[in-house]
Ligand binder design. Structure first.
Ligand code: B1M
Length: 215
């Protein structure tokens, strides 16, 4: 019998092969896809997020755990596509803004958001406002997440926000983050949300979607 708590621990420890094997075992035992996703993978990733937020673990640990999560997700993905139960919490278009090539933090935010049940469309780095607009329309995004690591590129976040306003798109929540970005900067440029790290970014996304979070 598959033990979801053990799956959570293996995910926390970044044991990708073991997590993948346990997901396959759970499927073979006829556990519903949504149960495996929620109790086996997302529950494990939630602990990773909480411990990261409390500085009990650091970036390399989170990346390894996220990779284990992805290994499990890869098994579920084809089944999830046809499962109404596991509708994503929301769709996020993520990208590092134009002129900026840093993506480690953005990738971490994307992986943890996926871990929390979001569909994430990752545009990559050096993204102009046109790409954010195009992807938000194409994927019917609920949230657009922008990352910037340079003081010279963070003003571009306002260009994106102004671009959405100019197109009259006000239903998409525009969120910002990255080392030089602050709460006051986010407020100044009219962003809908700011978070200082990946775990708090996920809390912010969940809040913006009206889902409950634990502080
Ligand atoms: Co660059 N770099 N870099 N760099 N680099 C910094 C950012 C810098 C602070 C180093 C320094 O001088 N001390 C400095 C910026 C100075 C400034 O603007 N104030 C700098 C510079 C100057 C440059 C170049 C200009 C150097 C040069 O060529 N002369 C150049 C610029 C290239 C460009 O972008 N156009 C450059 C290049 C590079 C590399 C390519 C070599 C490499 C990037 C590799 C990659 O990303 N694939 C690199 C790296 C690795 C760094 C440092 C060392 C590490 C950044 C990182 O990955 N941190 C960095 C110095 C430092 O921070 N110690 C530095 C770890 C990551 C997990 O954290 O990205 O902050 P972070 O993400 C966090 C949060 O910010 C938050 O959550 C994440 C996880 O908790 N977060 C969000 C991020 N996005 C979010 C979005 C959200 C919410 C939260 O909502 C949407």
């Amino acid at each position: 019998m598959v033990d979801f708590q053990q799956m959570n621990r293996l995910l926390y420890d970044g044991k990708a092969d073991e997590v993948k094997a346990m997901v396959e075992q759970a499927l073979a035992e006829d556990h519903p896809v949504d149960e495996i996703l929620q109790q086996g993978l997302i529950a494990g990733m939630r602990v990773v997020g909480e411990d990261f937020k409390r500085n009990r673990i650091f970036v390399p640990h989170v990346l390894v755990a996220a990779r284990a999560m992805k290994a499990g997700m890869a098994v579920l993905q084809p089944l999830l596509a046809s499962s109404e139960l596991s509708k994503p919490v929301g769709t996020i278009v993520m990208g590092t803004v134009k002129g900026d090539l840093h993506d480690i933090g953005k990738n971490l935010v994307s992986m943890m958001a996926e871990g929390a049940g979001f569909r994430v469309i990752d545009l990559g780095v050096d993204q102009p406002v046109e790409r954010f607009l195009e992807a938000a329309r194409q994927h019917d995004a609920d949230i657009v997440g922008m990352s910037a690591l340079l003081t010279t590129t963070m003003p571009y976040m306002k260009v994106v926000i102004d671009g959405f306003a100019a197109e009259g798109i006000d239903q998409v929540k525009l969120c910002v983050g990255g080392a030089p970005v602050s709460d006051s900067f986010a407020e100044e440029i009219g962003a809908d949300g700011y978070a200082p790290d990946a775990a708090r970014a996920v809390d912010m996304f969940l809040r913006l979607r009206g889902a409950v979070t634990q502080e």
